[in-house]
Design a protein around this ligand. Structure first.
Ligand SMILES: [Zn+2]
Length: 631
């Protein structure tokens, strides 16, 4: 009887009807038939966990009569499943061309698929956007990405479209109303699976109303540290996200940021109302960045000399618009190709300055912090701070634009303690007193819009007035009626009785941040360790710095730099220079060659190489950054 079932099923299978063969085999409970049924199930679905479990259960049933066959089959089935291709990795490869996830990406994405919220802190260029782009293509319902930067949305959409992911769209104020309508119709119809919007739009009542008719699986909040920003960077709508998310009720929420100290992390979780999120913090160490602090009485002269020694493109950050023009002029006088960039330039000028720099036509761009958002130029070889920025958070974000190709890059801050006064003055503007807040409240009451309020009193006052608007809005004394328009809220206590403790708290935080970067600049310890510890990283004892001014000077004792060691290093360079290695690769290769260089560690060899470059014995070739003997 069993033989008959098996024979008939075999015939069906051979004639290309495996499903029918399976149904037929299911008609008998004879152990011999069960074994064939299990074999067929495995043939049909070798990587499907549930089906493999079913097949193994069938082998178990047949084990009484055929113990050997059953045991071996179960082992084989389990082994196959182990080796199964990972469907998510296949998806990653198909959509983005990567063969594996970067550290942490998989954990975050798995959490989202399980419906768990997540906060991912990853450096710029570390693969943050993949955390929502990939799930958006796997989830059955929509994904919404809240992004603060209108210009970035367009780039992101263009990049996704060029990768063949055409179901990603953005809507923002740069589009004509008809185009926005068309895109939202695509979204409502389920043809757009990934929608980029600004927080201001996401929190609008009509938008939330529209979302109530759409099923949303994932909301990703990009640049999530904005929940704790202030003043000009402050986006009040980030604080409304919690309530909006509550209305939209997505399956899961992902917050991503490139900048977050432990305190900002907990603020993000709290302000977005993320219950029990998975928190992933990637290492922020960028071993190819050489960190250094310089003091100079002739800043422009030293800067020009440093840039001349640095191949490729560079960014010089300044704190004031006027400095951008002045420093760029100084560098041009010193014979360098330099242009300036700041927010007050007309947008055509800004975009042409940016294009020339990106293409390499201009070598150096001198810019205020307005420059850099969304800049993805892989071969920036130097980031120089003509004045120090207001926090290590800002600093680390800015130098994150150097050496994205993994090749060495220099990051140098020119530190002058006299700049402290400027930063203290900015704090005064960012945290207005009660009199300034009252004045701005009266402007709103008199019907002035945001633009007029910011214009009132000139450039410096605009920062203070913006901050005052923020305070008033947060306190509920005024509310936004349309973009850039406010009205006073009736029945709120007079400004004289407003609780300003939040302003005070923010001010103290900014002062702490300022002190932290000043401590960094004045500190004697390893720069890299100092920054990474500030961001909450801990180090194993095996950790060693890959390059900073402190470690270099404290580094290799002179006793190790024996003539024999130098000679051995030079011999290796001669042998290896045709292989075109960077300094770090060269150091590793020299040790790997196994030449007996007594007691030298990798850091020591690197250190020696740096010294030889400075001494002019070895050079970094101007085009490719590889080391060779000086010709
Ligand atoms: Zn160091």
């Amino acid at each position: 009887m069993a033989e008959n079932f098996v024979e008939s099923a075999r015939a069906l299978f051979l004639s290309g009807k495996p499903a029918e063969a399976e149904s037929l085999l299911r008609k008998s409970e004879d152990p011999w038939t069960l074994i064939h049924l299990a074999d067929l199930i495995l043939w049909r679905a070798p990587f499907d966990h549930a089906r493999v479990d079913e097949a193994c259960a069938l082998y178990e049933l047949a084990a009484k009569q055929y113990p050997q066959i059953s045991k071996a089959s179960i082992e084989r089935a389990r082994a196959m499943l182990q080796a199964a291709p990972d469907p998510l990795v296949e998806k990653l490869n198909e959509l983005f061309g990567f063969s594996e996830f970067r550290p942490g990406q998989r954990e975050v994405i798995d959490a989202l698929f399980k419906g768990r919220h997540a906060l991912a802190v990853m450096p710029t260029g570390g693969g943050k956007s993949l955390l929502y782009e990939l799930p958006s293509q796997v989830f059955s319902n929509a994904t919404i990405v809240i992004s603060p930067l209108i210009s970035l949305m367009k780039d992101q959409e263009a990049r996704l479209h060029s990768q063949g992911i055409t179901n990603a769209l953005y809507v923002n104020s740069s589009l004509e109303p008809e185009e926005t309508g068309r895109r939202l119709a695509e979204f409502r119809a389920g043809r757009c699976k990934l929608l980029f919007v600004a927080p201001e739009r996401f929190t609008l009542p009509w938008f939330l109303q529209m979302l109530s008719e759409v099923r949303v699986d994932l909301v990703a909040v990009d640049e999530a540290h904005c929940v704790s920003d202030w003043g000009h960077d402050f986006r009040p709508d980030y604080l409304r996200l919690r309530e909006a998310l509550f209305q939209v009720r997505p399956k899961t929420v992902l917050a991503v940021t490139a900048t977050a100290t432990p305190r900002v992390r907990s603020e993000i979780i709290d302000k977005l109302g993320l219950q029990n999120p998975l928190v992933h913090v990637a290492t922020f160490d960028r071993p190819n960045l050489f960190l250094s602090v310089a003091r100079s009485s002739d800043r422009i002269g030293t800067l020009a000399a440093t840039i001349r020694d640095t191949p490729g493109s560079a960014i010089v950050y300044v704190n004031r618009r006027a400095d951008a023009e002045e420093v760029a002029g100084g560098l041009r006088n010193a014979g360098l190709s330099a242009a300036h960039y700041h927010a007050a330039l007309p947008s055509e000028v800004r975009s042409s300055v940016q294009t020339d720099w990106k293409s390499g036509k201009t070598r150096v761009i001198v810019a205020t912090i307005a420059f850099g958002m969304g800049i993805d130029k892989p071969d920036v070889r130097g980031i120089f701070h003509y004045q120090y920025p207001a926090s290590l958070e800002d600093y680390y974000q800015q130098i994150g634009r150097a050496g994205r190709d993994g090749q060495p890059a220099k990051c140098i801050v020119f530190y002058d303690p006299d700049d402290k006064g400027f930063h203290r003055w900015v704090l005064e503007q960012e945290f207005p007193d009660r009199a300034a807040i009252t004045q701005v409240f009266n402007f709103v009451r008199d019907g002035l819009d945001q633009e007029a309020i910011l214009r009132f009193g000139g450039g410096a006052a605009s920062t203070m007035h913006q901050a005052a608007l923020t305070v008033l809005e947060q306190a509920g004394a005024i509310r936004r009626t349309a973009p850039g328009k406010f009205e006073t809220v009736p029945d709120t206590p007079p400004v004289a009785r407003l609780d300003l403790s939040e302003v005070e708290r923010r001010r103290r935080q900014s002062e702490e941040r300022l002190r932290a970067i000043e401590n960094y600049l004045e500190g004697r310890a390893c720069r890299r360790r100092a920054i990474l510890e500030y961001f909450g990283e801990h180090f194993p004892s095996s950790w060693s710095c890959t390059g900073c001014d402190r470690c270099r000077t404290l580094g290799t004792p002179e006793t190790k730099r024996t003539p024999a060691a130098r000679q051995a290093v030079l011999d290796s360079i001669r042998q290896l220079e045709s292989k075109r290695m960077t300094l770090n690769q060269m150091a590793r290769a020299i040790l790997f060659l196994g030449k007996p260089i007594q007691g030298l560690t990798e850091t020591d060899v690197r250190d020696l190489l740096h010294t030889m470059v400075r001494e002019g014995i070895v050079e970094v070739n101007p085009q490719g950054l590889w080391l060779r003997m000086k010709r």
